[in-house]
Structure formats: C-alpha cells, structure tokens
Design a protein around this ligand. Structure first.
Ligand code: ZN
Length: 267
C-alpha cells in the first residue's frame, strides 16, 4: 500500500455530477414549499418570541437536509459547486419566505400572482413591514431582525452545501458512493483525549486498542467500502463522549477531520 500523504487521505475529484439539475428542479421547489410552511407558522402561531428561533432553525435544518440529500443522490464531489447551489437555495428560501409571509399576513388583500409578477410591489410590502413592524418592533429593530433571519438562512444553506458530502467517499472507477461496511471502536489515550480534533492524525488512531460500544469516551472508526469493485475502502473517525443534558446522559459525537483511503482487494 502506498503511503504518500496524497494517497493516505481522500479528496473529492471536484466533479459536479447531476446535482445542479436535482437542486434546480426538485430542491428549490421543495425549499419554496418549506418556506411557505415556515411563513404561515410564524404568522398563525399565537406566541411570538423564542419559538420563532425554533421555527427558523427548523426551516434551515429541513432545507439543508434537502440540499445534502440531493448532493449525494446527484453525486456531487465539488464542495464549491454545492456551496454556490446552497447560496442560490438560500436566496430562493429568503425570497419565498417573504412572499408567503406577506400572503399569510395580508391574506385576501394581496394575490400571490401579483407579488410574483410585480417585484416592486413585493419590495414595497417588505419595506412597509420592516418600517411599520408587524407585531412589536418596527423601523431599525425590525430591519435588524429581518437581516439576521436572512443572514442565517443564506449562511446556513451555503455552509450546508459546502459540507454536504465532505464525509462521503466516491469510487471514481465505479461511479458510486462507498457504503458503510463496519465500525471499529477504539480506546483513546490520555494524550489523544487532550488533543484538539483538528490536530489528531487519523492514521495514528488505527493503532489504538479496540473497545466496545458501552465504553466512553472513545473514537469510532467507520469503514466505508465500494460495494461494486470492493477495491476501495475509506475510514472516517468520530470522537464519542457522554455528556449530561437535562439530567440525562447523552452520547455526543464530533467529526474528526480527514478521511483515510486504502486500495486493495477486499472482496
Ligand atoms: Zn468501486
């Protein structure tokens, strides 16, 4: 097995696949529908405040899930292309959220068709709502809230696109993703536990003693394999620990950067 640094770590080929088509014709309509659900929830929910942050978070997570799923199905191996598609989805999300928000707020007084075909009227409505407020804050405060909301959506979806397939490994020979094959559970040393995840060297973790699923803290080494040729395997690592959350012990996982690859005959 060759052990030069470039052979050790997996790197995406940069190919875009057919992800842009999927995102354009499937992802964007779904995200627009999610934006409608989000806007109607915000207008119709009798409580305003902390719950809106949950709605916004849910909207961004659901939209990111759509983007990530389509990136994988569409075989995108280009983080940059996916980040740009994520940004485009973010713009669709912000636009659609405003569109349906205005419709939900003014109901029969406005028509969706008018708002879509008349961007000036849409812009005026956005200006009016921010200037006058719609529940309590108005003017500068409402503009700031709207800006933070839009920023969170745009940044959230751009980052979701950028990282959509960053833990996945593609077999360029067979044209498909590697699938999970087995997971090894490893006992960390004190020194490794004290090391920041970004500074860990994944190849060194493979020499650690194995442990079981009930041991904490530990490192998980998940082996992926190309099921078509069985000539390519990859290993990605997680740091797994237990934390107290609301009086309950919960498992916490953190990705360790760097996915190892090995070529050989694993059949
Ligand atoms: Zn293969």
């Amino acid at each position: 097995m060759s052990n030069s640094a470039s052979e050790l770590y997996y790197q995406h080929s940069g190919r875009i696949g057919f992800a842009p088509l999927l995102v354009l014709f499937l992802g964007m309509p779904i995200i627009a529908a999610l934006a409608a659900a989000y806007s109607y929830l915000v207008v119709w929910c009798p409580v305003i405040g902390y719950v809106n942050i949950l709605f916004l978070g849910g909207f961004i997570l659901a939209s990111s899930f759509v983007l990530t799923t389509l990136a994988r199905i569409g075989k995108s191996r280009s983080p940059i292309a996916m980040a740009l598609l994520g940004l485009a989805c973010g713009l669709v999300a912000v636009y659609s959220a405003w569109l349906f928000f205005i419709k939900a707020l003014f109901e029969d007084q406005v028509s969706l068709v008018d708002l879509v075909t008349n961007p000036v009227a849409l812009g005026n409505a956005v200006y009016f709502i921010n200037q006058q407020g719609w529940w309590q804050p108005s003017g500068l405060a409402q503009w700031a809230i709207s800006a933070v909301e839009s920023g969170a959506i745009l940044i959230g979806l751009t980052m979701a696109g950028w990282s959509s397939t960053d833990r996945e490994v593609f077999c360029e020979d067979c044209g498909d993703w590697c699938e999970p094959f087995e997971t090894m559970r490893l006992t960390p040393t004190e020194a490794l536990l004290a090391t920041n995840s970004n500074q860990l060297k994944p190849e060194e973790l493979l020499t650690l003693e194995e442990c079981t699923e009930s041991d904490f803290p530990r490192f998980d080494a998940e082996v992926l394999q190309c099921n078509a040729c069985k000539q390519l395997q990859a290993i990605r690592f997680d740091r797994v620990s237990q934390v107290m959350d609301d009086g309950q012990l919960k498992e916490k996982r953190e990705d360790i950067p760097g996915v190892l690859i090995q070529r050989g005959d694993f059949g």
